[in-house]
Design a protein around this ligand. Structure first.
Ligand code: ADP
Ligand code: SF4
Length: 705
C-alpha cells in the first residue's frame, strides 16, 4: 500500500464566507454548497475516458458541489473533429460516461452533462454527414473549413428534438444528475437559432424573439418532461456576443430569459464566443462577465451560475450577497486548484493555487492533447501518472536534495519534495524566488503570472525541511563541496540575440554597430537608443507581441515583423490571437507578416518575403530579436564532465530540469519540477513499460466486421 501524505491543516474561516457553503436547491436536487464546476474542454474526451473520469473525480474530492462534463456530442450528424470531446452517439458510449458520473458521485458531488449538437459549428469530418443549421451558411469553425451547413427543414427539427431526447435518456442512464440544454458560446444549434446573425428563417423558428426562442423552449420542456422528476435541467446561454446589436446582446438575451423564466431548473450564463468568455488575464480582469449578468437573477426564481475566473473569496461572497449569482461557476480556477472549495471551507487561503489566466489549459483542447495547467502540473495526470494535487507519496529514502535555481521548475520540485519529507536545500543566485515569472510578471498585462511564484513561496514557508539560500550562484566546485547526494539543476535559460529560432537555424548576419536586444535584455531594463524599433518575432507565442507593446508604450515607433501570417500565431491555442493583433494595431504598431529577417545593419534591417524571397529593407535604429533560448547548462555540463569526482563528494545524481534542460513554457517547467519530485526514489517503469498509463480502444472482434 502506498503511504500518502495529505497536505494542509484546517484553520478557522471568517464567518462571512459561510454563505458559500449553504446548500442550493436545483430542481429536484440539492447541491451541497455554491461551488460549481461549469463544463470545460480538456483534450481527453472519448480518447481518454478513464483519465478524464479521474480528473473530474479529483474535483469532487476537492469539494465542488456540481461537476460537469465538457461538450458531449449527442448525435453523429454533428461532431467537431479534430477536437476531442465526449460522445453519446449510441448506447455503447454510456459506460465511459457512467465511469465519470460514478467518480463524481464517489465524493458526494452532483454530475452534470453538457449535451451538444454543434450544427453549423462542426464540419463532420469524421462522420461525413452534411452539417445542419438554421440556414444555408458556411460552417462557423475555427479554421474556415470549405464546408457549408444546410438549412434544417421541419422534419430535421423534429428529428433533432428526438435525438436530443434519446441522448437525455442515455445521460440519465449513465447516472448524470444535471442534464444541460446548451445554447451558449455560438457553439451549438440552439445559439444559432437564437441569433439573428445565423437565423434568417421566415417560419415559426425565425424572425421575432418568440420565434427564435421556440426551439430552445421546446427542447427544454421535452427534456424536463423526460427526466425532470429526478434530474435537473439547466439552460446554458450567452448573454452577449460583444458584437453590439449585430449579435446577441444583453437586453435582447434578457428578454429571451424573461420569456423562459422558470422553465429550466438553473440558468448558466456566459459570454460568447468562447474567446470572450475565457479571456486571459492579459486582456481581462477577474469578473469581466459581471456587468453582463448582473440582471439575470431578477428575471427568474431559479438559481443562476456564472463564471469570471473567480479566485477572490470576498468577490465570490459579494456576488452571492448582491444577488447576482447563486452559485460560483468556475472552469479555470477549478483546473488550477481542484481543491479550491475545500481550502476555502478550511480557511487554508495560503494553500490556494490561484489561476493565472494564461489559457495554457485551453491549448490542450486546441492541440487535441490532454489538458495541462501552468499552476497545477497534476492536471490530467491523476490517473495517467497517479498524481494527486494535494497528496504526495512519503519519501522512500532520507537522502537530501540540492536544488539549484528557484524558478518555476526549482520551486515546484522543492515544494513537492518538501511535502514528501525530503531535506531540501534550494540555492538561488538572485535575492528572490520566482525566476522567469518575476521578470515576466512585470511585462504589460502579465502581472497575474507572479502567482506561480507566490503559491510556491507560501508552501515553502510552511516547510521547515526546505531551506532556501539567496545570493547563492553555485559553481561546480560549490556543488562538489556541498556533497549533497541528489543535485537538481533548474537554472533556467537565456534568450538568444543571434537570430536563431524557428525560421533561422543559423545566426543571421549582424553588422558592427547594429543595436540588437533580446527579450532578456529588455526585461533587465535595457532600452534601444533612437526611435525606430523592429521587433522580429520568430517565437510566435506571447513574448514577441509583448515586446512590441512595451516598446510602443515607451514611445518608440514599432514595426512588428513575423514570418507567420499573423502576430503571435501560436496564441490561437490560448484564444488570444485576435486580441493581441487588435491591441498591437490599436497601439499604432505596424504589423508586417510573411517576412523573414535576413540581416541587421546599424540603421536598417534586411527582410525577405517568405514566399518569393523578394528583398525589403526597413529603417531601424534597433532590433529586438524574439527567437529561441539556450539552456543555462554550463553547470550541468561541467558536473557531467567531472562525474569521476561525484562518488568522493557523495553525489549520486545530477539532473537538469525545466528550461535548464530544454526551454519551453512555464507549464513545462512546473511539470518538470513535479515530475522529478514525484519520481524520486520511486520504482521506474519496468522494461518495456511506459511511464504513464494509456487507454487503448478495444478491437472489434473480426467476425462482426
Ligand atoms: P525554469 O523556468 O526552468 O524554472 P527560470 O529561468 O525561471 O527557469 O529560473 C532559473 C533560476 O535559476 C533563476 O532564478 C536564476 O537566478 C537561478 N540560477 C541560475 N543559475 C544559477 C546558479 N548557478 N546557482 C543558483 N541559481 C541559479
Ligand atoms: Fe489558469 Fe493557466 Fe491553469 Fe488555465 S492553465 S487553469 S488559465 S493557470
Amino acid at each position: 500500500m502506498e503511504d500518502w501524505i495529505a497536505w494542509g491543516q484546517p484553520q478557522a474561516r471568517p464567518a462571512r464566507y459561510d454563505v458559500l457553503f449553504e446548500p442550493v436547491k436545483i430542481g429536484p436536487l440539492t447541491a451541497r454548497n455554491r461551488f460549481y464546476q461549469v463544463p470545460h474542454c480538456n483534450g481527453m474526451g472519448y480518447r481518454d475516458p478513464t483519465a478524464l473520469a479521474h480528473m473530474r473525480g479529483i474535483k469532487a474530492e476537492g469539494g465542488w458541489a456540481v461537476i460537469c462534463t465538457e461538450q458531449v456530442e449527442l448525435h453523429h450528424t454533428s461532431e467537431i473533429t479534430p477536437f476531442i470531446e465526449l460522445r453519446l452517439w449510441d448506447d455503447r458510449d454510456i459506460p465511459a460516461l457512467a465511469r465519470m458520473a460514478d467518480k463524481i458521485h464517489e465524493h458526494g458531488a452532483l454530475a452534470g452533462i453538457e449535451l451538444a449538437y454543434n450544427g453549423m459549428n462542426g464540419s463532420n469530418l469524421y462522420s461525413r454527414e452534411v452539417p445542419m443549421g438554421p440556414g444555408h451558411l458556411p460552417v462557423a469553425t475555427f479554421t474556415y473549413d470549405p464546408v457549408q451547413a444546410r438549412q434544417m427543414n421541419k422534419q430535421d427539427i423534429r428529428n433533432l428534438r428526438t435525438w436530443h431526447l434519446q441522448a437525455v435518456k442515455r445521460a440519465k442512464t449513465a447516472g448524470f444528475d444535471l442534464i444541460y440544454v446548451y445554447a451558449a458560446h455560438a457553439l451549438g444549434f440552439l445559439h444559432h437559432f437564437l441569433s439573428r446573425r445565423y437565423n434568417h428563417r421566415i417560419d415559426e423558428y425565425g424572425g421575432s424573439l418568440e420565434n427564435r426562442v421556440r426551439l430552445l423552449r421546446e427542447i427544454t420542456e421535452e427534456t424536463k418532461a423526460a427526466v425532470g422528476d429526478t434530474c435537473a435541467v439547466p439552460i446554458r446561454i450567452s448573454v452577449d456576443e460583444l458584437l453590439g446589436e449585430g449579435g446577441l446582446y444583453k437586453e435582447e438575451v434578457e428578454d429571451m430569459i424573461g420569456l423562459l423564466g422558470d422553465i429550466p431548473d438553473l440558468w448558466d450564463v456566459t459570454l460568447a464566443g468562447w474567446e470572450n468568455d475565457s479571456q486571459t488575464s492579459r486582456f481581462a480582469e477577474e469578473g469581466v462577465q459581471e456587468p453582463f449578468i448582473a440582471n439575470i437573477r431578477k428575471l427568474t426564481s431559479k438559481p443562476v451560475v456564472g463564471v469570471g475566473r473567480y479566485t477572490s473569496v470576498d468577490r465570490m461572497v459579494s456576488l452571492v450577497n448582491k444577488g447576482i449569482l447563486d452559485m460560483i461557476g468556475a472552469a479555470r480556477p477549478s483546473i488550477a486548484d481542484p481543491f479550491l472549495p475545500n481550502k476555502i471551507a478550511e480557511g487554508r487561503f495560503d494553500d490556494i493555487r490561484e489561476c493565472i489566466g494564461c489559457n495554457i489549459c485551453v491549448s490542450g483542447d486546441f492541440t487535441q492533447s490532454p489538458i495541462r495547467c501552468t499552476q497545477n502540473p497534476t492536471m490530467a495526470e491523476e490517473w495517467r501518472k497517479g498524481w494527486h494535487p494535494e497528496k504526495v507519496r512519503r519519501h522512500k529514502t532520507d537522502k537530501p536534495v540540492l536544488i539549484i535555481g528557484g524558478g518555476p521548475a526549482g520551486l515546484e520540485a522543492a515544494q513537492t519534495l518538501g511535502k514528501r519529507g525530503y531535506e531540501v536545500t534550494l540555492a538561488e543566485a538572485g535575492t528572490e524566488l520566482g525566476g522567469r515569472v518575476l521578470k515576466e510578471a512585470r511585462l504589460p498585462g502579465l502581472s497575474a503570472w507572479v502567482r506561480v511564484a507566490d503559491y510556491r513561496k507560501m508552501q515553502l514557508h510552511q516547510l521547515p525541511n526546505v531551506t532556501p539560500y539567496f545570493d547563492s550562484r553555485l559553481s561546480a566546485d560549490d556543488v562538489l563541496g556541498f556533497g549533497i547526494p541528489r543535485v537538481v539543476i533548474a537554472t533556467g535559460a537565456t534568450w538568444r540575440a543571434d537570430g536563431v529560432g524557428h525560421f533561422h537555424t543559423l545566426p543571421v548576419p549582424i553588422a558592427d554597430g547594429a543595436q540588437v536586444l533580446s527579450p532578456g535584455m529588455v526585461m533587465d531594463g535595457q532600452r534601444p537608443i533612437g526611435r525606430q524599433v523592429v521587433v522580429w518575432d520568430d517565437d510566435h507565442y506571447y513574448m514577441g507581441g509583448i515586446m512590441a507593446e512595451l516598446m510602443a508604450d515607451k514611445g518608440y515607433q514599432v514595426t512588428y515583423v513575423t514570418p507567420a501570417s499573423e502576430a503571435s500565431t501560436w496564441t490561437r491555442n490560448t484564444l488570444e490571437q485576435h486580441a493581441i493583433q487588435r491591441r498591437l494595431l490599436e497601439k499604432g504598431i505596424v504589423i508586417r507578416t510573411a517576412l523573414a529577417l535576413s540581416d541587421i545593419a546599424p540603421d536598417s534591417v534586411g527582410m525577405s518575403c517568405v514566399y518569393t524571397g523578394r528583398r525589403h529593407e526597413l529603417a531601424a535604429d534597433a532590433v529586438v530579436l524574439v527567437t529561441a533560448r539556450l539552456p543555462n547548462d554550463a553547470l550541468s555540463v561541467e558536473l557531467e564532465e567531472r562525474q569521476a569526482e561525484w562518488a568522493d563528494a557523495g553525489i549520486e545524481s545530477v539532473t537538469a530540469i525545466g528550461d535548464a534542460l530544454a526551454p519551453a513554457t512555464i507549464a513545462h517547467a512546473t511539470y518538470a519540477g513535479r515530475r522529478y519530485a514525484e519520481e524520486l526514489d520511486e520504482a521506474p517503469p519496468a522494461e518495456g513499460e511506459l511511464p504513464f498509463k494509456r487507454e487503448i480502444t478495444g478491437l472489434v472482434p473480426l467476425d462482426t466486421l
